[in-house]
Design a protein around this ligand. Structure first.
Ligand SMILES: [Zn+2]
Ligand SMILES: [Zn+2]
Length: 353
């Protein structure tokens, strides 16, 4: 017998105030990367929120989780009984296994309108986005070798997924399935949604315990960016009567507003740090290094995007300005250098340390 190479799934039972049962299935979708898939059972519908990655271990983990559901809680659910598959956002660890559900169930696939392209025009979108990422990387001041390596890594996505048709396009405020409310929360991903089920909020990667979700500039992908993200946090903060948060990674938790305030504080602190770093003019690559140190592999791209998202937020408001405008005017795609804006502006923006 070969030794298993991935963690055993874990499963947790939760009940909403209105008596809907939600199972959190914690499944290792990539090595050392666990996603929560949520199985919602109301009286009429069987719904799965998120499907995990396209790696075979996701399906194995999912089937094992259904076995655990029977053993631990006496609930028998067969894959073909799933009627609805709702995708929280267009990231591969959340939607990548759609093909399995298309082939083995009659489930309708739901995704927000801004992420339909990712799922159903994957190849086109990957090529177009990779062009914009390359421009971003060249402007960021990453050296040519790094740019080439990162573009190769990004291209590896190609092999992992191919497009699938989707059935239902979700929009903000839609009520789907059995009155579950769609709240569009762009920022971490353009089509990110939170799904309100009674007094529960399934948050995908919009709100996570312990970590802040990755940010990428809106200049690479429209409807990403810190500005959208912070606005989406404020949008969710106004939701009344949420007693439990069901995130895409990590444990479910209470205290939605408190967690939102922590995330906002965290980004505010990071904005101040970027302003501090930019007392002398800096490239995004230099800012990333000052924030995160030397990163390896794909994390280098994530670090540059995270730094870039904060720089973009500050630049949009005049809190940072570009130092080498003449050089930029004369060259096709030179490196941008950012420097702290005037103290008067920073004060007005509440960003002066
Ligand atoms: Zn994500
Ligand atoms: Zn995720």
């Amino acid at each position: 017998m070969t030794e298993r190479s991935y963690k055993k799934p874990e499963i947790f039972e939760l009940k909403t105030a209105g008596g809907i049962t939600v199972y959190r299935l914690a499944i290792e979708t990539f090595t050392n990367h666990v996603n929560n898939l949520y199985l919602i059972l109301d009286h009429k519908h069987v719904t799965l929120v998120d499907v995990g990655s396209p790696l075979p271990q996701t399906t194995e983990g999912f089937l094992e989780a259904l076995d655990l559901l029977r053993e631990k809680f006496g609930r028998k659910v067969k894959p073909h009984e799933i009627q609805h598959v709702v995708i929280t956002h267009g990231h591969l660890d959340h939607y990548g296994n759609i093909a399995y559900f298309r082939e083995n169930t009659k489930a309708k696939i739901y995704v927000h309108e801004y992420d339909t392209k990712v799922l159903s025009s994957f190849e086109e979108r990957l090529i177009l986005t990779s062009k914009d990422i390359q421009i971003f990387l060249e402007r960021s001041g990453a050296n040519a070798e790094t740019v080439e390596e990162l573009m190769t890594l990004y291209g590896h996505y190609k092999a992992l997924y191919s497009s699938n048709p989707i059935d239902t396009v979700m929009k903000d405020h839609d009520e789907i399935i059995n009155g579950y409310e769609v709240i569009h929360t762009p920022g971490h991903c353009p089509g990110e949604i939170c799904l309100r089920v009674d007094n529960f909020l399934i948050t995908g990667d919009h709100i996570l315990p312990g970590i802040t979700p990755h940010q990428s500039p809106a200049s690479i992908v429209l409807f990403c960016g810190l500005d959208n993200y912070l606005n989406s946090l404020m949008r969710v903060r106004k939701e009344k009567g949420i007693d439990r948060v069901l995130p895409g990674h990590g444990n479910d938790f209470e205290g939605l507003q408190k967690r939102i305030d922590e995330i906002v504080d965290f980004h505010y602190g990071r904005l101040l740090k970027v302003l501090e770093i930019c007392r002398e003019s800096k490239t995004i690559a230099e800012i990333s290094k000052a924030l995160f140190g030397t990163l390896q592999g794909y994390n280098r791209l994530l670090g540059l995007q995270e730094a870039g998202a904060h720089v973009e937020y500050l630049w949009e408001r005049g809190a940072l300005r570009v130092k080498n405008v003449e050089e930029i005017a004369d060259h096709p795609n030179p490196v941008y250098r950012y420097v702290r804006g005037s103290e008067a502006i920073l004060k007005q923006l509440n960003l002066s340390a």
